[in-house]
Structure formats: C-alpha cells, structure tokens
Design a protein around this ligand. Structure first.
Ligand code: GRG
Length: 286
C-alpha cells in the first residue's frame, strides 16, 4: 500500500502544484488559494478517486483532474470552516489558517475560487463526455445543499442543542461523508465502471465515512495537536459521536464500520489497497 500511496500522492501534488500557477493581476487570490491547497493534507479523497478508478479497470492517471477537483472542494470547505464566523480556528494542516495570513475577505474568495475552479478542473479530464457529465453531477450533489454544505448548516444550527442520534448521524453523513462518497463514485465513473461497482463503492464510502468521522471526534478528545496540525478540544459545544456514545463505544463503532466497508469490497478483484486504506483511516492519529 505504501508504494502505491506514495505514487498517488506524488501525482496529486504535481497536478495541484500546476494549478493557479501562472502569474496574474489577481496574484494575491491565487497565492491564497495555493497556500491552502498545497499545505499537505492527507489527500484521502483524491486517493479514493484514483484507486477506485484502478480497481474498476481504468487508467488512474486519467482520473487526476477528478481527484484534484475534489481536493479543491475539500480545501475550500476547510478554509471557510476555519473562518471566524464558523469555527474560528488559527491552525490547519500545521500552519496558520488562510484568513490569519490573507485576511477574512481574501479567505472567503480563495474558498469561492477553489470551489468554482473545481468544476472546470474536472472537465479537463480526457474521458468520455458522459463520464464528465456524471462527475460534475456527483461533485455538485456531494458538495452542495444536499451534501457537505447541507451538513454544515445542520451542524451549526445544532450547536448548543442536544440532538437525537439520527440527527447527528445525518449531519456527519452529509458534512464529512458526502465528499468521501464523491471520491469513491468519481473513481468508478472515471473507469466507466458498472452499476454493481458503483453500488459497492457507495457502501464502502458509507462505512469509511462514518469511521472517519468517529475517529475525528475521538482525536478531538484524545489526539495530539502537533500531530493533527490543528487545535484539539474544539468540539465541546458540538454534537459529536463522543457525546452520543462515549469514547469506548465510538472505538468499537470505528471497527464495525471499517469491517462493513471492507465487506463491500468483494465486488472488486484487487481490493488489498482499499482494505488497508480503511484500516489506516480507522487507526489514524492525525
Ligand atoms: C464550510 C462549506 C463548509 C463546510 C465545512 C469540512 C467541513 C465542512 C468541516 C470541517 C470540520 C471537520 C474537522 C470535519 C471532520 C471531517 C473532516 C472534513 C476532517 C478534515 O479532513 P481531513 O482529515 O483533512 O482529510 P486533511 O487536512 O488531511 O485533508
């Protein structure tokens, strides 16, 4: 897994590094977009795109524009999430948050720029027109009001309130799960995969998405800020899985959801990487 992960991450970094790189009058905006985009996240979502493309028999290099587009949307969401009107965070990905360096107005625009550029980037893929249409539809659905942004508003509205389990699961399915789901689906789409493969990818995404958020909530309580690259203890007023289930049960659930994700992989002949990736995400400490 390590070798392939390295290869995917290097290809993603190279692709992203080529974006917004031409000098322009709006240089400050481009610098601010690149500041967050090239800050070295784990690149989990693009890796999911590339690997799902590969296991469905596609050429993963052709899926790089889809992978980069998804990482742009993810990065925009982090920039906006860190703003004073949202989480008001000072650190992200081990460095000062975008608005701390460029100011709030520029950070808002950097997010806007990344979100908008994502769709143009996806359309650069040298793939059949139907794949491009399907990819844009998935990106839009997963990022928008029925996906990540919808989850974010429910999360904000739920602060200081005690929410029922179903509401908390919905928030995280949308806020965190939707972009993970997008990654898995985009890979299948890039490869021209079957309906059965798409369904299996969705089931895998559902399991690792929930496990990912559970681990995120656990790390906010038990994690090391230096390793995480951001402050811990930021979720005290939020509706976390820790409040709902407690730490021990959350640990058990990470395992259950990871097992469920891995079970969905029987639809693919070569699923070793995705199995290991699920285990890595379940056990991550950053
Ligand atoms: C502001 C529109 C808008 C949406 C915000 C991304 C998000 C939605 C909120 C961030 C809060 C948060 C910590 C959610 C938990 C899951 C998550 C998205 C974690 C960050 O993703 P990683 O761990 O980050 O993949 P890196 O930096 O590795 O890419």
């Amino acid at each position: 897994m390590k070798e392939r992960m390295k290869e995917y991450c290097a290809a993603v970094e190279e692709y992203l590094n080529g974006c917004f790189a031409e000098p322009a009058p709006q240089q400050t905006l481009l610098d601010s977009m690149r500041y967050s985009l090239l800050a070295g996240g784990k690149r989990i979502r693009p890796v999911l795109v590339l690997e799902f493309c590969r296991v469905c028999g596609g050429d993963w290099k052709k899926a790089l524009p889809f992978a980069a587009a998804l990482e742009m949307i993810h990065t925009y969401s982090l920039i906006h999430d860190d703003l004073p009107c949202m989480d008001n965070d000072d650190y992200r990905r081990g460095r000062l948050t975008n608005h701390k360096v460029y100011g709030e107005a520029c950070a808002v625009l950097a997010g806007d720029g990344l979100l908008t550029a994502a769709f143009g980037t996806a359309l650069k893929a040298e793939l059949p027109a139907q794949a491009l249409v399907d990819a844009v539809r998935v990106l839009s659905a997963c990022a928008g009001e029925d996906g990540m942004v919808g989850g974010q508003i429910l999360d904000l509205e739920g602060e200081q309130k005690i929410l029922a389990a179903g509401q908390i699961h919905l928030i995280h399915k949308l806020k965190t799960g939707a972009l993970i789901l997008a990654g898995c689906q985009l890979g299948v789409i890039a490869a021209g995969g079957t309906a059965e493969q798409l369904e299996a990818a969705r089931r895998y995404a559902s399991g690792i998405g929930l496990a990912f958020q559970l681990r995120d909530d656990i790390l906010d309580v038990t994690g090391d800020a230096a390793k995480l690259g951001k402050k811990t203890g930021m979720d005290v007023n939020k509706n976390t899985f820790i409040k709902l289930y407690g730490l021990d049960r959350c640990e058990e659930m990470v395992k259950e959801e990871t097992d469920a994700a891995v079970a969905a992989l029987s639809a693919f002949a070569d699923s070793a990487f995705l199995t290991e990736l699920a285990a890595f995400l379940a056990g991550r400490d950053y």
